[in-house]
Design a protein around this ligand. Structure first.
Ligand code: MN
Ligand code: MN
Length: 466
């Protein structure tokens, strides 16, 4: 008997086809992606910090007919509501035909990004320069944040309770700020140090002024005084007001197209606005879904999701409980039947640093959204590992809707690792898996993503909701 097979045919039947990614897209589809990304670039420029992301998202949602959520109100299919958590996180829901009786469809992204926060008592003068002490926020390579133009964003609450929003450095006529670095001529000692020590946390001091206030008085710290005088003239604040403030420095430059072909977008904060925006737009474009859809844009992911605006807070849980109550069911029953896409980025394979990745299980630029079954580190620690059943469900949803997708891990096993909000969602007894956009130079002040990948993320969330 002849046991020989037709290997070509058998391959066709049994093996995964190599993904062709962007090569499978038509010119029209690529043009659609480019157009979608113009909206995304505006979102990114308007949303460097979470409060700004919330207010811009709210502006877009209101324009699409979303109204503020009211507790104990009964909603009907097609109603569009928003629910803001302390100005730093926002839920946008489109009520479905089933309400939340069969669970909700959740897409959750975070709108905080790594940056440099001011310390509570930041302003000081040394050698006739005025500087701010800072405490970095999230995982950064500290040296990357020196010698780039920085903008100051945030909110100050004065002693009388009035709130002042501060934003300096975004307008091209604004001044910007900068963290200095040592010149190479004198850096022989610095060059011997390990990466984390080249620039230490306490050296992330931001230069904010150098001219003394004009006076005939023999007083000290006149440069510091001048900075405070200018801040007082513009914002009416005094030094003590820094104690009740959330102020941070982020890169001052605008989002740009990257590459001769303009295929990429370079900017600050793609992690995770590059998932937040598509998830937001999917909610805004959904009319009457089967099950209630909720896009939740949360805060504090980069520092562990703690706090009342982070994913470990009960805000979203309570919101779903409220919707369930209106539908006449227990909140836990709504949660237990809910399904979630944890919308977060993953590291795109970078050929320059190939050894950090495992090429067979990495995500690639221009290959579409990446599904990450689990994140965590060494031995699958600290992560939710999506079930085979849920992976199967999402995979077939993406295939059915012709979404370009890929799968992968964060990088080489035992090299490092990272996490997302997926595990906190899973802890609420919700099915969840990570789905997002691959990013080059993640957590750098200038990150890169591919336009077609951003658009595929939108298509994935839209398909998930509809
Ligand atoms: Mn992220
Ligand atoms: Mn991150």
């Amino acid at each position: 008997m002849d046991n020989k097979c037709n290997a070509k045919e058998l391959k066709e039947q049994l093996l995964m086809k190599s993904k062709k990614g962007i090569a499978t897209l038509t010119a029209e589809e690529i043009a659609k992606a480019d157009k979608f990304c113009e909206g995304y670039k505006t979102f990114l420029d308007k949303s460097p910090v979470e409060r700004e992301a919330v207010s811009y998202s709210l502006e877009l949602a209101k324009a699409k007919g979303f109204v503020e959520f009211q507790q104990d109100k009964a909603y009907k299919a097609g109603d569009k509501i928003y629910y803001v958590n302390r100005d730093k996180a926002i839920a946008l829901a489109v009520i479905g035909k089933n309400g939340v009786k069969k669970g909700a469809r959740l897409a959750i992204a975070h709108i905080d990004s790594p940056r440099v926060d001011l310390k509570p008592n930041p302003l000081y003068e040394e050698s006739s320069l005025a500087l701010f002490k800072t405490h970095y926020y999230g995982g950064i390579k500290k040296y990357q944040w020196t010698v780039i133009p920085l903008a100051l964003h945030g909110t100050v609450v004065k002693l009388d309770g009035t709130k002042v929003n501060i934003c300096i450095g975004v307008d091209e006529n604004d001044p910007c700020f900068c963290i200095t670095d040592l010149l190479p001529h004198l850096a022989q000692e610095q060059a011997q140090k390990k990466m984390g020590k080249i620039i230490e946390g306490e050296n992330l001091n931001v230069l904010v002024g150098s001219r003394p206030v004009q006076t005939d008085d023999e007083e000290g710290e006149l440069v510091k005084l001048n900075v405070m005088k200018l801040l007082n003239e513009k914002y009416g604040i005094v030094e003590g007001d820094f104690l009740s403030a959330e102020l941070c420095f982020v890169p001052a430059y605008k989002t740009r197209d990257v590459g001769f072909d303009r295929s990429l977008i370079g900017g600050y904060g793609h992690d995770d606005k590059v998932c937040a925006y598509p998830a937001l737009m999917a909610a805004l474009d959904t009319e009457v879904p089967e099950n209630t859809c909720i896009t939740y844009l949360c805060d504090k992911e980069e520092t562990g999701s703690d706090g009342n605006t982070g994913m470990q807070s009960d805000f979203l849980r309570y919101f779903i409980y409220d919707l369930a109550k209106a539908d006449g069911i227990e909140g836990y029953r709504a949660l237990s039947q809910s399904r979630c896409l944890s919308a977060d980025v993953n590291a795109a394979f970078d050929p320059t640093y190939a050894s950090a990745y495992e090429p067979k299980n990495s995500s690639y630029i221009n290959q579409g959204v990446i599904i990450t079954k689990y994140t965590g580190h060494g031995g699958k620690g600290d992560t939710s590992d999506a079930s085979a059943e849920y992976m199967g469900e999402i995979r077939s949803m993406l295939e059915k809707n012709n979404v370009m997708w890929q799968t992968g891990e964060l990088g080489r096993v035992d090299l490092g690792g990272g996490g997302t909000i997926a595990k906190y969602v899973a802890n609420m007894n919700v099915e969840v898996v990570d789905l997002g956009v691959p990013v080059l130079s993640m957590h750098a002040p200038f990150e890169l993503v591919s336009k077609v990948d951003v658009y595929e993320a939108y298509r994935a969330f839209y398909a998930f909701y509809n």
